[in-house]
Design a protein around this ligand. Structure first.
Ligand SMILES: NC(=O)c1ccc[n+]([C@@H]2O[C@H](COP(=O)([O-])OP(=O)(O)OC[C@H]3O[C@@H](n4cnc5c(N)ncnc54)[C@H](OP(=O)(O)O)[C@@H]3O)[C@@H](O)[C@H]2O)c1
Length: 334
């Protein structure tokens, strides 16, 4: 039997997710790869999608988009990426239904895992590194980024935020990190001693960011929170600045008067890695995957795992995945 995580309506993941049993998949069909899953990641974004699912589904919706495992069989005519072979370790993303003991994946979503990466890193090898790459690319559209312009990012201690920091460090891109607690700030300082960190727990945090900028223009801000915090970032941006919104953690909307945008010629941009597969050319995807692997290899120590659970502990896993103060992602070993 195959055990698979599904939901049939939107709502709190701990309430609506269930594990069903179904027959093991048969041999992969044309263009497909059959994978025995070893671990999958519970991304906060997966849970947001489940929560926001509108109404009731006619059929159970398979959950999850990223997982790592071992190739059991390759279907006829499957154009697999280099290194994908029977018995080899792979990661899939974006593959709907990745939270399952067996995955029948489209060949284009299957990527070989370098031997140097343990399963814990392999399970997070694509979604978050590709997000960090997508954000960097978006920042680079700003003329000052990479020159005198400075980047500010909120939720900087997040799994994505640590990769953004590592990428900025390797490419000598000026960054000020923003977190919401002194504990988070000291954890980040320990990891990246030469990147300034400011905590919004202090009322004067925006001035602390300006001070850390040392006179450089605050050109770009990355923000997965939204709401009041994003408004604070709009205040911080210097004329011509750009806010890149990539998450929706805050419940309140981002409220901005048109004069704020007009007077400083600001740009607001939303970015979503879910659109990467459909929007990028095959060549760009292959090159991005190669970069994602480089990020995983170079920043192995930043792929923390907060905890590992079994499929039978799914409710605990989804609760842990959004627990304040946790560092790293929650894994499930099915
Ligand atoms: N657009 C995309 O394509 C894309 C792709 C990947 C991720 N994301 C989004 O990026 C965010 C981070 O993902 P992740 O996987 O890196 O998450 P993660 O490792 O679970 O980290 C979550 C972070 O958010 C912080 N946080 C939570 N609520 C907050 C609040 N109200 N105010 C300030 N900080 C808060 C936490 O801080 P504490 O440590 O203080 O609790 C933690 O640092 C998520 O919202 C996710 O949906 C978007």
């Amino acid at each position: 039997m195959n055990r698979r995580v599904v939901y049939t309506r939107g709502g709190l993941p701990a309430d609506v997710l269930t594990v069903i049993e179904e027959p093991e998949p048969a041999a992969p069909e044309r263009g497909q790869v059959l994978i025995r899953t070893v671990a999958f990641t519970v991304h906060p974004g997966d849970l947001q999608a489940i929560e926001a699912y509108p109404g009731k589904a006619a059929q159970p919706v398979p959950a999850g988009l990223e997982a790592t495992g071992v190739v059991e069989a390759i279907g006829p005519g499957a154009a697999v990426a280099p290194g994908v072979e029977v018995g080899g370790r792979v990661t899939v993303f974006p593959q709907p239904g990745a939270w399952s003991q067996w995955i029948v994946a489209d060949a284009e979503a299957v990527v070989a895992v370098p031997d140097e990466l343990p399963d814990e890193v392999a399970a997070q090898m694509l979604a978050n590194p590709l997000t960090a790459l997508m954000l960097r690319r978006e920042a680079q559209h700003h003329v000052a980024f990479g020159y005198d312009g400075l980047l500010v990012q909120t939720a900087a201690g997040s799994s994505v935020g640590r990769l953004v920091t590592g990428v900025c460090q390797s490419h000598n891109l000026a960054l000020v990190n923003v977190v919401r607690s002194d504990r988070g700030a000291s954890d980040l300082r320990r990891r990246f001693s030469d990147v300034p960190v400011v905590s919004t727990a202090h009322p004067g945090w925006a001035d602390e960011v300006r001070k850390a900028a040392g006179g450089r223009p605050v050109s770009v801000a990355f923000d997965p929170i939204g709401g009041n915090l994003a408004e604070g970032l709009l205040d911080l941006l210097t004329p011509g600045g750009k806010l890149v919104s990539y998450g929706l953690i805050a419940e309140e909307p981002i409220s901005v008067h048109a004069s704020t945008l007009l007077n400083k010629s600001l740009t607001l941009r939303g970015k979503n890695v879910g659109r990467w597969l459909s929007e990028a050319s095959a060549e760009r995807r292959a090159s991005d995957v190669a970069t994602a692997k480089q990020i995983a290899l170079g920043l192995k120590d930043q792929f923390d795992v907060a905890a590992t659970y079994g499929l039978g502990e799914l409710a605990d896993a989804v609760e842990h995945a959004v627990r304040p103060g946790k560092v790293g992602l929650v894994l499930v070993r099915p």
